[in-house]
Write a protein that binds this ligand. Structure first.
Ligand SMILES: [Fe+2]
Length: 301
């Protein structure tokens, strides 16, 4: 499709589409089912992983006319489904309508009004290569799975997704020499790195309507027994969203390969979470997480 008044980015498969959406945070993404290609990533699962990334609205383009498929794609996060062949006029009208909806929602109070700000921070993190690909996307998807499993309201689920994407936004205040250092940090550098939740607190100071996002960015390193940082909060004095997210964050870290360790198998990572229930983590949320992981078919609502 020609650009017209739009700036157009293209992607040939799901991984590069994810990259474009994360880096450019376009207003609208048109996703063809054929992008699934040979990646083996199911169409709905991929859509679900990027649902609500930034304020990007998703148009799903498919040849499948069955209403069941259309319903599944919509429930996976697409804002509209268009059956191929689609006319350029139809697509342009739909894009313009979705852009109007974004403008209208940005004029309101509260969280919607801050999406421009959050999208800017997401771009800033991507520009500094701070884990925005991979870790952030995975923890955002799993945080949403857990939030839905716990039957939290959709608005809170959306805020938790943003919180997960922006959990390390405070690292914007950490020097590149520390962020990009290969090998271990010395004690002074480690102490500097531990300031990132406090940098997040500075970033969110005076920003109303983003409590869940700010709570995750400021308190995801607190521990249930009070031995965490920055404030040494304990038990239920740690904001709920931060308690929930910290479980997902640690799980993903354990399951990922790092320079100093291989990726742990799922059962070992889950055992570690179980062992940390009541000391590092909220035991009730750990129990829900383990239950959800034992019932993978129910993970995605
Ligand atoms: Fe962190």
């Amino acid at each position: 499709m020609r650009g017209g008044d739009f700036e157009v980015f293209e992607a040939a498969d799901f991984p590069s589409a994810t990259q474009v959406i994360q880096r450019a945070v376009p207003d609208v993404a048109i996703i063809e089912e054929s992008l699934q290609g040979t990646t083996g990533v199911p169409w709905q699962k991929w859509l679900d992983s990027i649902e609500g990334f930034g304020s990007t609205r998703i148009i799903a383009l498919t040849e499948d006319r069955r209403s069941r498929t259309r319903a599944r794609v919509l429930s996976a996060g697409a804002d509209a489904v268009v059956t191929k062949p689609a006319s350029a006029e139809e697509l342009v009208a739909l894009i313009e309508s979705l852009c109007r909806r974004i403008d209208e929602s940005s004029e309101g109070d509260g969280f919607e009004a801050h999406k421009v700000l959050t999208n800017g921070w997401i771009r800033a993190l991507a520009l500094r290569d701070i884990q925005i690909e991979g870790h952030c996307t995975r923890v955002a998807a799993l945080t949403v799975d857990l939030a839905r499993y716990l039957k939290l309201p959709p608005k809170q689920v959306e805020e938790l997704r943003y919180g997960a994407l922006l959990h390390d936004v405070g690292k914007l205040g950490i020097p590149d020499t520390i962020l990009g250092k290969r090998g271990g940090l010395d004690p002074e550098e480690r102490a500097r790195m531990r300031l990132h939740p406090e940098h997040a607190r500075d970033l969110f100071a005076g920003v109303e309507g983003m409590k869940e996002v700010a709570d995750i960015a400021c308190y995801h390193h607190e521990r249930w027994d009070g031995s965490g940082y920055p404030d040494g909060l304990a038990g239920e004095s740690i904001p709920y969203s931060a308690r929930l997210f910290s479980i997902v964050d640690v799980y993903d870290a354990l399951r990922s390969e790092r320079p100093y360790k291989p990726a742990w198998p799922e059962d070992q990572a889950l055992e570690t979470l179980k062992a940390g229930a009541g000391t590092q983590f909220d035991p009730d949320i750990v129990a829900a997480f383990l239950e959800m992981m034992a019932a993978p078919a129910e993970k995605v609502a």
